[in-house]
Write a protein that binds this ligand. Structure first.
Ligand code: CTP
Ligand code: MG
Length: 197
C-alpha cells in the first residue's frame, strides 16, 4: 500500500517534470511557426527580380544581393500568414488544448518580421563583405527571431509579453538554430538550397 503510493508519487513527479519541459517546447513551436515557415518557402519559391534591383550601395557592393528576391519575400510572408491563420482556426476548433492564442496581427508581424530580419541581416552581411550564401554564424540563425520580436515589440507589445514568457523565450533561443540547420540540410539534400547552412 505504502509502496504503491510512493510509486504513484514517483510517476506523478515524472509526469509533472516532463510537462515542465514539453509545455514551453510546444508553446515555443506554436508561437514561432508563422516565423519559421517563411524562410524555407522563400528558398522554395524565390528567384527572379532581386529586391535591390541589382543596385549597389556606396561601398560598391550589392545592397542585399541576389539571394533576396521579391518573389521569395512575398511568397514567404504569405505562407507565414496562411500558416498562422491555420493555427488560429485550429485553436478555435480545439480550445481545450490551452495553446497560446495567435491573432491576425501577431501572425502578420511574425511572418513579416522574420523575412525583414533576414533582409536586414543580408544588408549587413554585404557591408561586411560576405558573399551571398556564405556562412554568418549567429546572425544567420537568429535574424528571424530578432526581426519578428522587433516588429511585435513595435506593433503588439501586449501580445509579445503575454505569450513569450522567459521559459518560452529560452526554448525559442535553443530550438531556432536546431530547426534552422535541420531545414537547411533538408533543403540542400532536395537541391532547393545551394549550401547546407
Ligand atoms: N530567398 C529569396 N528571397 C528572400 C529570401 C530568400 O528569394 N527574401 C531565396 C534565395 O534563393 C536564397 C534562398 O532563398 O538563396 C536561401 O535564403 P538565405 O539563406 O536567406 O539567402 P542566401 O542565399 O544565403 O543569401 P545571404 O547571404 O544574403 O543570406
Ligand atoms: Mg544563407
Amino acid at each position: 500500500m505504502f509502496l504503491s503510493a510512493l510509486y504513484y508519487r514517483y510517476w506523478e513527479c515524472f509526469v509533472i517534470s516532463i510537462e515542465f519541459i514539453t509545455t514551453p517546447l510546444i508553446w515555443a513551436f506554436w508561437i514561432m511557426l508563422p516565423a519559421y515557415v517563411p524562410n524555407p518557402v522563400a528558398a522554395l519559391f524565390g528567384g527572379g527580380t532581386p529586391i535591390d534591383l541589382g543596385k549597389t550601395y556606396s561601398d560598391g557592393r550589392r545592397i542585399f544581393g541576389d539571394g533576396k528576391t521579391w518573389r521569395g519575400l512575398v511568397a514567404g510572408i504569405a505562407s507565414g500568414i496562411i500558416t498562422g491563420l491555420v493555427l488560429i482556426w485550429a485553436a478555435g476548433r480545439f480550445p481545450a488544448a490551452g495553446l497560446p492564442p495567435h491573432t491576425l496581427l501577431s501572425v502578420i508581424l511574425l511572418a513579416t518580421g522574420a523575412l525583414l530580419g533576414d533582409l536586414v541581416k543580408s544588408f549587413f552581411k554585404r557591408r561586411f563583405n560576405r558573399e551571398r550564401g556564405s556562412k554568418w554564424p549567429v546572425a544567420d540563425q537568429y535574424d528571424l527571431v530578432a526581426g519578428a520580436f522587433l516588429l511585435l515589440l513595435i506593433g503588439d507589445p501586449g501580445w509579445l509579453f503575454a505569450v513569450v514568457t522567459i521559459p518560452v523565450l529560452i526554448v525559442i533561443l535553443i530550438i531556432t538554430p536546431v530547426l534552422h540547420r535541420a531545414t537547411n540540410i533538408i533543403g540542400y539534400v532536395f537541391k532547393v538550397k545551394e549550401v547546407p547552412w
